[in-house]
Design a protein around this ligand. Structure first.
Ligand SMILES: Nc1ncnc2c1ncn2[C@@H]1O[C@H](COP(=O)(O)OP(=O)(O)OP(=O)(O)O)[C@@H](O)[C@H]1O
Length: 421
């Protein structure tokens, strides 16, 4: 017997979008349009129809017990894919087959009836996936406890906050023991404790041999939970395969264009600086030379600062102030130089080891310092870089840890003896 639980064959979904025609190319167009409507005494149509493929020819199969991550930029088509699979939306072309009972958390409160209470919705959802009342009753308390909505159980869910909605939605989807669990970005809502509970539950589902499709922008969670990833872009599958490789390639494309890894000035007369020093280059590079790969928290990288020293026999050193996206100085570092420098071009390289910085965006300020104390030139570099957290974690918090650095330190635990009376 085949153990395929989901089969998507050439799935395509087209939307017709009515867009408001609000842009006039010239003032003349605008006047002409106004006059036309006066003389023709007709209401102007401000709507232009446009068709758009949110999914195009998507095919894949998922076997029982697989946890598959669905990744891609905003608007790539991930949610549309899960909505088509779960039959919330019908495909324009192709077909999706599911072999098993589906529980889904695709949007806040999918599957809930707003007028019904939390209690009634739990029973309704169980009935939809074909469970008997007794089966639902057995799981009822666990659902309520997980969702932390005890005192609001008999209130219509339309009066729930969005957090309560999501908590109950996930609790229902996970506890009613569907054979296939479809989850859309639940990790971005709720507090840390709730996210951890959800992820644990997804892990349990997989250990029980159930199938999970998980949409997430959290690459740590995807890396830790999924062995396989489907990367979607522009409604099509870009790659489908082992998580680590695909996540690396996905991150590499998503940082392109956002980061700047080099600033260079070739003309000493125009370069930033003054009559003592002028910058030639500020560059950031991975130490392994894989230029197109993204920087992860483990990647050693280097920052190179090249400048022309224009004044003979000066003691110069270079300092870097490393900033986080929040504008906090993570730390400063400098190359102490005790020898006087002849005029000419110099390169200063600072080596950053892996397992030092936390994830997030970074930039830096370069300072050229004379005689150990006076800053002769300060440059706010446009070089900026993202550090990604793709560490695999086991059953712990998958979100960002606080702090500007995340060094890996040695720990030791000792048993110091039992209790004595
Ligand atoms: N009902 C709809 N009508 C028209 N366009 C839609 C509709 N639903 C989705 N789209 C469009 O289809 C595209 C894919 O949307 P989808 O929500 O599947 O992307 P996504 O990858 O899940 O994005 P995100 O990560 O932001 O949730 C987007 O451009 C979106 O604007």
């Amino acid at each position: 017997m085949s153990d395929i639980t989901i089969r998507a064959e050439n799935l395509s979904k087209r939307y017709n979008i009515a867009t408001a025609k609000y842009r006039y190319d010239t003032l003349c167009d605008q006047l002409a349009d106004g006059l036309k409507s006066v003389f023709l005494r007709k209401g102007r149509s401000h709507l232009a129809e446009r068709t758009f493929w949110a999914l195009k020819d998507v095919s894949f199969e998922v076997r029982q017990g697989e946890i598959v991550g669905i990744i891609g930029q905003n608007g790539a088509g991930k949610s549309t894919l899960l909505k088509v699979i779960s039959r919330i939306t019908v495909p324009t072309d192709g077909r999706a087959e599911i072999f098993g009972r589906v529980g889904s958390l695709l949007e806040v409160g999918t599957g809930f009836h707003p007028e019904l209470t939390g209690r009634e919705n739990i029973y309704l959802n169980g009935a939809i996936i074909g469970m008997k009342k007794e089966e639902i009753r057995r799981r009822f308390d666990a659902i309520v406890e997980f969702a932390e909505v005890g005192e609001f159980l008999d209130m219509p869910v339309k009066r729930y906050s969005s957090g309560m909605y999501v908590r109950l939605g996930f609790a229902v989807a996970a506890h009613l023991e569907p054979e296939i669990l479809l989850v859309d970005e639940v990790l971005s809502v709720g507090d840390a404790a709730f996210q951890k509970k959800c992820l644990d539950k997804i892990g349990d589902a997989a250990r029980d041999g159930r199938t999970v499709l998980l949409i997430s922008h959290n690459m740590t969670a995807v890396n830790s939970l999924c062995k396989r990833v489907i990367w979607v872009n522009g409604g099509k599958i870009v790659e489908d395969g082992p998580t680590a490789q695909i996540v690396t390639r996905y991150l590499a494309t998503s940082v392109k264009g956002m980061d700047l890894s080099e600033e260079v000035w070739n003309d000493v007369n125009d370069a930033p600086g003054n009559d003592m020093v002028r910058l030639h280059r500020v560059r950031l590079r991975r130490q392994d030379g894989c230029l197109s790969d993204p920087l992860t928290m483990q990647t050693p990288f280097q920052v190179e600062v090249e400048y022309w020293n224009l004044a003979a026999d000066t003691h110069l050193h270079t300092t870097l102030h490393l900033y986080t996206a929040e504008g906090i100085i993570a730390f400063t570092t400098c190359n102490l130089n005790n020898r006087p420098l002849a005029t000419g071009l110099y390169r200063n390289v600072c080596y950053f080891p892996g397992d030092l910085l936390n994830s997030g965006s970074h930039r830096f300020v370069v300072l050229v310092v004379k005689d150990g104390s006076s800053v002769i030139y300060s440059h706010e570099s446009r070089v900026s870089f993202d550090i990604f957290d793709v560490r695999e974690r086991q059953g712990v918090w998958y979100g960002k840890e606080p702090g500007v650095v995340q060094p890996v330190l040695e720990w030791k635990m000792e048993y110091l003896g039992g209790f004595s009376d």
